[in-house]
Design a protein around this ligand. Structure first.
Ligand code: GTP
Length: 293
């Protein structure tokens, strides 16, 4: 597990190396500012961290506690629910929603759960086809309609089917783009209402999928989705392909939302739960030398 986070942060660690050629025991505030900027932590958050730090020499322990504090919202508590557990997956096109749904589905399947997917991005034929292919590949059920059909109807049918066949998990894909932003907001809100109609109190979890390679520029997009329908947690994809690993701090801090999982590659297995301690310690390992007793 630790290796996965380490691998997915390797590009970020390389970027840090460019400003810290030699690891040390302590750093000045200016050095820490450069390091965090290089890792794509947002400037305001860096300023906040440094303004709250009174020591001139910053040790691993000091930075560790500051970074962990920015991830204070990362613990997620599953709500009480009656099966099936319904999840709505939202995010812009290309963020990696389809791949992420397959990863989540495989995780549940490997836990012995019965999983069904709903191909709710009816705006794009390719999205329906791609999700259908993934469902086949990992061996889970899917409800899919033709392009242009009502996405809420797909959500309803998926939940209905799950209830009648005693499925444990329902994962519903949604459109990342429609003709206008208002259309998208209305469609997502409608899907949410219909889920509740099909299975009261659902969706139990609305997850926003964010492309990790976008770094901090994903924040405004994430805020827009959160305002549109209310997000419960975030999955960050493609962390393996970016030097912007530090943006995870700014995203979690700006949105006050937990990071649930991270995508660490293109395969369905490349998916790990986000552990804030591992994440912070892996990043710190790239900066500080180990203290010898
Ligand atoms: N390296 C890497 N690539 C990923 C990860 N997640 C997704 N991808 C890739 O990102 C690209 C886009 O992902 P898709 O899941 O196909 O997303 P999409 O179909 O373009 O758009 P949506 O499904 O609407 O998000 C694909 O080439 C995926 O293989 C990840 O965690 N790491």
């Amino acid at each position: 597990m630790f290796g996965f986070i380490k691998n997915s942060l390797s590009k970020t660690a390389d970027a840090i190396k460019s400003v810290v050629p030699k690891k040390k025991l302590t750093f000045s505030k200016d050095e820490i500012e450069d390091i965090l900027l290089e890792a794509d932590v947002e400037y305001e958050l860096i300023e906040k961290i440094l303004n709250e730090t009174y020591q001139e020499k910053i040790t691993r322990d000091i930075l560790r506690s500051k970074l962990l504090a920015t991830l204070a919202y990362t613990s997620y508590k599953e709500p009480e629910f009656t099966a099936p557990f319904v999840e709505l997956i939202v995010g812009v096109n290309g963020a990696g929603k389809t791949t992420t749904i397959s990863k989540l589905a495989l995780k549940y399947k490997n836990e012995g759960k019965k999983v069904i997917l709903g191909a709710g991005d009816t705006f794009r034929a390719a999205a329906i086809e791609q999700l259908t292919l993934w469902a086949k590949k990992i061996g889970v059920s899917i409800v899919a309609s033709a392009q242009g059909h009502d996405s809420s109807a797909v959500a309803y049918d998926t939940i209905d089917s799950a209830k009648s066949k005693n499925f444990d998990n329902v994962i519903i894909d949604t459109a990342g783009r429609l003709h206008t932003q208002t259309n998208l907001a209305n469609e997502l809100k409608k899907i949410k209402r219909i889920c509740d109609k099909a299975h009261p109190s659902s969706p139990h979890r609305t997850i926003l999928v964010l492309d990790g390679t976008q770094g901090n520029s994903a924040i405004s997009q994430a805020k827009a989705f959160n305002e549109m329908i209310g997000v419960d947690g975030i999955i960050i994809t493609k962390l393996d392909g970016t030097a912007k690993g530090g943006s995870v701090f700014s995203i979690a801090y700006a949105l006050e939302l937990p990071i649930l999982f991270v995508g660490t590659g293109e395969k369905s297995e490349d998916f790990i739960p986000f552990d804030k301690y591992e994440f912070v310690d892996t990043l710190l390992d790239a900066i500080f030398v180990e203290e010898t007793a």
